[in-house]
Design a protein around this ligand. Sequence first.
Ligand code: PLP
Length: 394
Amino acid sequence: MSDSTNLATRMSRLGTESAFVVLGKARALEAQGRTIVHLEIGEPDFDTPKHVIDAGAEALRQGYTHYCPAPGLPELREAAGEFFGRTGRAAYPADRIVVTPGAKPIMFLAIMALCEEGDEVIYPDPGFPMYESITAFAGAKPVPVPLREGNDFRVDPDEVASLITDRTRMLILNSPHNPCGSALTRQDVEALADIAVRHDLVVLSDEMYWAIRYGGEHASISTVDGMADRTILLDGCSKTFAMTGWRLGFAALPPGLVEPVTRLIINAVSCTAAFTQRAALAALTGPWDEIDAMVEEFGRRRKVIVDGLNRIPGITCTEPRGAFYVFPNVTGLGATSERVAEHLLNEAGVAGLSGATFGAAGEGYLRLSYANSVDAIGSALEAIEASLPSLRTA
Ligand code: PLP
């Protein structure tokens, strides 16, 4: 008898995101009465700025409750193109921008539109798990480029060059970087752009965390000569404006990709919720003081968590340059990352992620999010240290 849930073979190539899996385990422990400090999930613990909420609520009252143009409201597309230009990226006209429900669909739709069976996509390892997963799902070959602690977890252009073949189609960059908190320098993006131009690659530049950085300019590959038209410049409201649940992403696309991605949007979701887009418009064009305050607070927490981790025997932690993650080296604890993460969840009540869930090169590390209060981070550090003797004797 045939089983109607027999899945298409392609589903075996589709991965998942460990943050959601660990969140589920942590919630199950909480349901049993345990107290868990959540350092696993990647979202700001701040509220969406009030003027953005007001704009969304007002839009609902004004009737932004219907279908709208598939690539986005014209006023938001225009504002997003200008926003890119004002924030250290190339400026784009409205007709190069598409809006999606969250930024993740940009990756999904662009890779689906561009990558053939057998094409190769170079992506950072460790890296956001969706890069590998979507590439494989599309039938293309994910090619990891390792990020090394000795190189501040930055993509090394020479290593990228060594991985190029005649099937390389796309290079994925993510700066500031999830999970390592690293950031590419201007020199890095220039060298990477040179490779992209020489080998006719499309670059997917994931700049979700561009606003959350601790000193220094944001180096966007879209601003390097010859790159604006071969870059998929991905951004969104989730992290910068603490709007993860609103589901609002946007991207500037190479000219030939706008129509195909719009067609995919029509097939998949029709359009992005119009009232959410009106809220995003208020976010992109509104005041910046709350974002400055959020980043300053992240900076304070970064210091607490980096200093605290470095005081724990067996753990070392470099200082991240952006985003709100630390990527401590736990090889000194003598157990795999997976084992350390499990131990911390079950014995210390601290939910974090094994670095290996971000790729093979993440083995030996953990990802901890410091999008939590200084008090919570302090108690997590104490609980981690207190729990380690039992890891060592296990
Ligand atoms: N890119 C990176 C590197 C991320 O960490 C995330 C979210 O965790 C996204 C993109 C997706 O953001 P969104 O929630 O808008 O889909």
